[in-house]
Design a binder for this molecule. Structure first.
Ligand SMILES: Nc1ncnc2c1ncn2[C@@H]1O[C@H](COP(=O)(O)OP(=O)(O)O)[C@@H](O)[C@H]1O
Ligand SMILES: [Mg+2]
Length: 513
């Protein structure tokens, strides 16, 4: 008889059966999932089984009460603060030297968390490819990382571990209170399930697929489970069990009036801490200033990807939002300025939409595109004053105005120096100027412009860079930018409209400097 894990008085699991196994622990909040996961971790640690626990709420540092576990990340019980840069080193120490790790992610922003986890899991995956030894990865709140119906890099990585980790000895324990939100492919890989209580219909439906019973039976049996009770499912073997209580401190316990003593905690050996500290040198932050710089760098990257996302969404919004107005003639009167206060205003696709009171008139076909503080625009639209009228009286549709505002707000987030360069070039358009000339006019050091050119504006095409034999020249490319950026509106606002947008931006952009 091999080694076994003592989970409940009715259940011991053979340790061998856990190698490369995918285990799912499901149930509503407070049903005892983290306790069950904690018991499995304790039993694995008791048997020196190497593991990592991805801990979102700082619930697992208490394992150190009894076991030598390294707690890294950012949070209350963390021994070594780390970021994504040194995550691969931690993974390596953990897998190569059998050091159990709790990756406490409770103190990170979600983007930082994702970066760190990607770096960590990908290192574990690669190492497992060569070492091929038993290793377990526990993931709390798994629906956050492997949501059903969403595609991303991190999810793909976790799914890969669940689907193909067995050959490498990698097993996974996924814990989630949102059974219906966890990726079905991953759930279907789980050879072992601990099904705690659920109540919601959607979660019951998931359980119905996992249990070979009639729906009414599932509802009755699962609905009557108490904290710590669950259905243990392993193939055809289904067993109701009461999981033993964790023997180590459970930081995620439900508070009660009894005072709780903080536990005495063990630490991993000094040599391991030293190895990790060494690994951090050159990789991780060295001084608080460098840490801050690194954080700024990460934030800038995050903002970069957010800007990209905003740009994508703006494209969608522009297409969706630029809906042509068709107002039946009988509705014009109702929509006239002054009578607007009686109308319901709602926002759709981030565009203000005016819907006439049902009792007065049905204009479901006529999607309005103005806001209440633009009564003249409504008048113009209602009176059929076109956007293709001559350039001087050109009234831009709200979708265009909104796009202008979005661009201005996006550009306002660029660095101050870059905004000053932009302002200078726009004001001195169509001339082309060297960094030396710009520096002289904007009174900022030339080296700064040379070392840190206005990349954001260059990327967006608002500024053009020309390389000449005499050096690099910059010029404003506002007109080309507007023609491209507002192309979708051109059929409606015409060339005059585009010209008007260019003039507006020429006036407004220098003001953000
Ligand atoms: N088997 C058990 N025996 C005793 N107490 C338990 C048991 N399972 C859970 N508890 C207690 O119930 C509360 C909720 O459990 P927890 O595991 O944190 O739930 P979940 O992770 O599902 O939200 C905690 O205070 C925990 O200590
Ligand atoms: Mg929990």
């Amino acid at each position: 008889m091999g080694k076994s894990l003592h989970i409940s008085k009715d259940l011991d699991i053979n340790l061998e059966d856990l190698i490369g196994q995918c285990i799912a622990i499901l149930g509503i909040r407070g049903s005892g999932k983290s306790n069950t996961a904690g018991v499995i971790f304790e039993e694995l640690l008791e048997n020196n089984y190497p593991l990592s626990i991805v801990d979102l709420e700082g619930e697992y540092f208490g394992l150190k009460e009894k076991y030598e576990v390294l707690v890294v990340g950012k949070g209350e019980g963390v021994e070594i603060e780390i970021d994504a840069h040194c995550a691969p080193e931690i993974a390596q120490v953990s897998m190569e030297q059998n050091v159990p790790v709790v990756l406490d992610l409770s103190g990170f922003l979600s983007e930082e968390r994702t970066e760190l986890l990607k770096a960590y899991l990908s290192a574990l995956w690669n190492l497992a490819g060569t070492l091929r030894k038993p290793y377990m990865i526990g993931i709390e709140e798994a629906h956050e990382f492997i949501p059903q119906g969403v595609k991303n890099e991190l999810k793909e990585m976790i799914s890969r571990i669940a689907l193909r980790g067995r050959k490498r000895g990698l097993g996974g324990i996924v814990v989630s209170q949102r059974s219906a939100k966890v990726d079905k492919d991953v759930l279907s890989q789980a050879g072992m399930l601990f099904l705690h209580r659920v109540v919601h219909e959607v979660d019951m439906r998931v359980y119905c697929e996992l249990l070979p019973w009639r729906k009414s039976e599932v509802k009755e049996i699962i609905g009557s489970l108490d904290t710590g009770d669950c259905m243990y499912v392993n193939g055809d073997n289904i067993l109701p069990i009461y999981v033993r209580e964790r023997s180590t401190f459970h930081a995620g316990f439900t508070p009660s009036l009894e005072t709780v003593k903080s536990p005495e905690l063990r630490s991993v050996s000094a040599s391991i801490i030293e190895t990790i500290e060494k690994a951090r040198v050159g990789k991780g932050p060295k001084s608080p200033t460098e840490q801050l710089e690194q954080r700024i760098e990460m934030m800038e990257r995050m903002m970069g990807s957010k800007d990209q996302r905003i740009a994508e969404l703006e494209d969608v919004a522009r297409t969706l939002g630029y809906i042509k107005l068709e107002i039946p003639s009988f509705a014009k009167e109702v929509l006239a300025p002054g009578s607007l206060s009686e109308k319901e205003v709602r926002v759709s696709n981030s565009l203000p939409v005016v819907v006439a009171d049902d009792s007065t008139v049905d204009i479901t076909e006529s999607v309005q595109v103005a806001s209440l503080d633009e009564p003249e625009l409504i008048t113009a639209l209602v009176q059929g004053v076109g956007n293709e009228s001559d350039g001087t009286s050109c009234l831009l549709p709200p979708a265009v105005n909104q796009h202008i505002e979005r661009l201005i707000s996006r550009f306002s987030r660029e660095e101050m120096l870059h905004r000053r360069v932009l302002a200078f070039l726009i004001e001195h358009s169509p001339g082309a100027y060297s960094a030396h000339q710009i520096a002289a006019w904007t009174s900022c050091p030339q080296e700064l412009i040379d070392e840190d050119p206005p990349q954001g504006f260059l990327n967006s095409g608002l500024i053009q860079r020309e390389r000449r034999t005499s050096g690099t020249l910059y010029r404003s490319a506002l007109r080309t930018f507007v023609n491209r950026e507002f192309r979708v509106f051109q059929p409606d606002i015409g060339d005059n409209g585009l010209h008007h947008v260019t003039r507006l931006l020429r006036d407004r952009l220098p003001m953000i400097a």
